[in-house]
Write a protein that binds this ligand. Sequence first.
Ligand SMILES: Cc1cc2nc3c(=O)[nH]c(=O)nc-3n(C[C@H](O)[C@H](O)[C@H](O)COP(=O)(O)O)c2cc1C
Length: 357
Amino acid sequence: MSIMFEPMSFARGPAMKNRYMLAPLTNLQSHADGSISGDEYNWLRMRAVGGFGLTMTCAAHVMTSGQGFPGQLGIFSDGHLPGLTRLADAIREAGSLSSVQLYHGGMRAPAKVTGHQPWCPSANEEFGARPMTVSEIEQAIEAYVKGAERAERAGFDGVELHGAHGYLLCQFLSSETNKREDGYGGSLENRSRPLFEAIKGIRQRCRADFQLGVRLSPERFGMNVGDAVAVAQRLFDEGQIDYLDMSVWDVYKEPEDPAYKGRSLMSCFSDLKRGKTRLGMAGKIRTPADVDHVLKSNVDFVLLGRAAILHYDFPQQAAQADFTPVSLPVTRDYLRAQHLGPAFVEYMAGWEGFVSA
Ligand SMILES: Cc1cc2nc3c(=O)[nH]c(=O)nc-3n(C[C@H](O)[C@H](O)[C@H](O)COP(=O)(O)O)c2cc1C
């Protein structure tokens, strides 16, 4: 049996039945108040039915000031609990673990979506963002923790902190976007403070076996490999999270940084001593052979994004010897048959080469 179908335990909470995690995928299907719609429920429930070991929601904003997209899932209010509870129940019934990705867009939460000028660790002209006060930083950290508490109350197995892709936690980590001179800027330790304070708060206030993951970007989005490796190593050493999800965008690529050339970007993280923390990778994993390649590279699990949009039941299909994933572009009808609602289908039509005219 391929390792992709072997169960995987975590330091805390229940084991995953296989090595397939659904990557967090923004799908623009939520109601305007951030509550989950029937289309979003259906899209996620079907991934659980289709065999994913863990089904993760899209980036869910923890404060109204953090909304990055119209139709984005929210977890900033108790009003979201009924919809989230229904989703968590459905994912569990289908035999999958569940997680909510906790998000604040920071400077990438546009005024046209939130109605307010965006925040950032320090002023950012490109995004028209103003610097956050210390009290606003504390409120944002508290909002991540409250989001985790809500996910716990809704019955999710855990949450993932979105520390990647140039959103708020990543804006703090990056020395390009974080020019603060107080305890939240300057050294990497200071720049990582919001991430580690959110982790600490979640560990203190959620139940002991609540699963906590972190997503990081290793490069681009103002990040460099050296800083990402140092943050990853600290996460592994401290052992407060259960999994690290590295969003490398291409599991076959080499780092851009000349200092790390000659090896795969994945190996910069898979070579680190990680104790009981699990390590996953996301990026261009399209076929069962790609999954095998990643799992044979000392990585514990894979996260599928576009391949999971294209095949709601990728894990189940991968168990068949003759499974050949569909090639791009696909039709709108094809995506509807994979349980995407109209808003998500139109969103994917905006991804170059994904949907045929
Ligand atoms: C439509 C779409 C929406 C995405 N939304 C999110 C998101 O909400 N949060 C996140 O961390 N990454 C998001 N990503 C990145 C994916 O989680 C994933 O890391 C990336 O697509 C690379 O994996 P893939 O090659 O399997 O698609 C999104 C990607 C796509 C294509």
